[in-house]
Design a protein around this ligand. Structure first.
Ligand code: GCO
Length: 459
């Protein structure tokens, strides 16, 4: 067994640490025309020629809507203590607001009950990018009314599931949803421009802040948080320009979301440079956004190396000359994961942290006997678990780790080309095939559990 594997197996994680895996509704459910579900912006976006690789869409995906029991059985085999999934707004309120679709709520009822039956705690993400198209038609996230619609949606869901779901994640990656969806047009709904991106970002944050008291009101046991994608910005050189560019990049992506949530203000340096594009910010907005939360969800994949564009100094993310990279072209750099977790604790001090996504895409292929051997993914996960263990040792209140992802799934504009799963999905047949990393994670969790039991028996 190599040194990483041995080191990881003996890592001392807290006894109540939540070992999990994560997915998202549009990426796995399929059944997009079933049981009253309304159209989402991703259904519409996938039909714009050229937007999604190979013309792929989420119509079938992993058919999880029908196969959820088999998938929960896989989670039980893994020994998961938590499963992070997202709820599809268009299933609950097909028109975005107004009439509730009971069959939509029924599905999540069944899923939550199946999880609890197998002693797996549900971690529900309320928004993972599948906005009802009807709301986009009325302005989408750049329009402030969408915040009210979101609160209406949250009330419906929490009132139905709040007796069994304790952990609520209001938003997944508002930076991606706003900038990639409304700023660069690469994700749904495919709009562009700094103004629409910043208005969307503000309203996603405002929706988060409005949802926190609603969730607490309708689910007294609730633990509420938000998931941010965060990447440390490292300067490409020690030059003044690159240092400034890295700071700017950090301000526009990381601090743009962390500061409002934890400090009740946008970062002054970034707000100054973005001033011409800022939306109308009303008097109490930042106080609403900074409603105290119980945990921060962190999605970490890689760091960003930032260079200043000559003349303008505009930050550009560059690929390092050397290193190892996943199939997404993302550098494997676990030290930045440790650095991020320590920084979050020191600068923002969230009451608790969960790694709500960490994982890697690689070219997984079935070998002659049908197995899928993915040692690179195992090595990626081992290295990042070592970083988590170091952070916990150094005082970070990290309470859980969710691998992205349980299943290979629809990777947004990449379609089905990128495989992140611990489980291989043979899309034509929908066969699930656990990869070697699945067995590794199962054994790792088992070792952690038996170590916890051993420690509990020590007088
Ligand atoms: C994200 C999303 C996931 C992605 C995963 C791999 O972080 O972008 O939460 O939906 O599929 O991160 O890119």
């Amino acid at each position: 067994m190599d040194s990483n594997a041995q080191r990881v197996l003996d890592l001392p994680f807290p006894p109540d640490f939540v070992w999990g895996a994560a997915t998202a509704s549009y990426q796995i459910e399929g059944a997009v025309h079933e049981d009253g579900r309304g159209e989402s912006i991703w259904d519409r976006f996938c039909r714009i020629p050229g937007k999604v690789r190979n013309g792929d869409n989420g119509d079938i995906a992993c058919d999880h809507y029908h196969r959820y029991k088999d998938d929960v059985a896989l989670m039980q085999t893994l020994g998961l203590r938590g499963y992070r999934f997202s709820i599809a707004w268009p299933r609950i309120l097909p028109k975005g607001r107004g009439p509730i679709n009971p069959k939509g709520l029924d599905f999540y009822d069944r899923l939550v009950d199946e999880l609890l039956k197998k002693d797996i705690q549900p971690y529900a993400t309320l928004y993972h990018w599948d906005l009802p198209q009807k709301l986009e038609d009325r302005g989408g996230w750049p329009h402030r009314d969408t915040v009210d619609a979101y609160v209406e949606y949250v009330e419906c869901v929490v009132r139905r599931l709040g007796d069994r779901v304790r952990h609520w994640i209001t938003q997944n990656e508002p930076w991606v949803a706003s900038w990639i969806g409304y700023g660069w047009g690469v994700h749904a709904p495919g709009r562009t421009g700094e103004k629409s991106a910043l208005a969307a970002a503000h309203h996603l944050l405002l929706a988060h802040g409005r949802a926190v008291p609603v969730i607490r009101r309708d689910c007294p046991e609730a633990r509420v948080g938000i998931t941010l994608n965060l990447s440390p910005a490292h300067p490409a050189s020690a030059s003044t320009e690159d240092l400034a560019a890295a700071r700017t990049s950090d301000g526009k992506s990381n601090r743009w979301f962390l500061d409002p949530i934890f400090r009740g203000a946008y970062p002054a340096d970034a707000a100054e440079s973005l001033a011409p594009y800022l939306p109308a910010i009303q008097a109490n907005d930042l106080r609403t956004i900074s409603a105290p939360i119980d945990f921060l969800g962190v999605n970490y994949y890689n760091r960003h190396i930032v260079r200043a564009t000559p003349q303008t100094g505009h930050p550009v993310i560059v690929r390092p000359e050397s290193g190892s990279f996943t199939n997404m072209g993302w550098e494997v750099y676990p030290d930045a994961f440790y650095e991020l977790l320590i920084r979050l604790q020191r600068e923002y001090a969230p009451p608790q942290l969960f790694v709500t996504e960490n994982g890697a895409a690689y070219d997984d292929v079935r070998i002659h006997d049908g197995r899928i051997l993915d040692p690179e993914r195992q090595d990626y996960l081992e290295q990042h678990l070592i970083a988590c263990s170091r952070a916990i040792r150094d005082g970070v209140p990290l309470a859980g780790y969710f691998v992205w992802s349980l299943l290979d799934n629809f990777e947004w504009h990449h379609g089905y080309q990128k495989r992140f799963g611990l489980v291989y999905v043979d899309y034509p047949t929908q066969e699930r095939v656990p990869k070697s990393s699945f067995d590794w994670y199962r054994r790792f969790i088992q070792r952690q559990v038996s170590e916890r039991q051993r420690r509990q028996q020590i007088p």
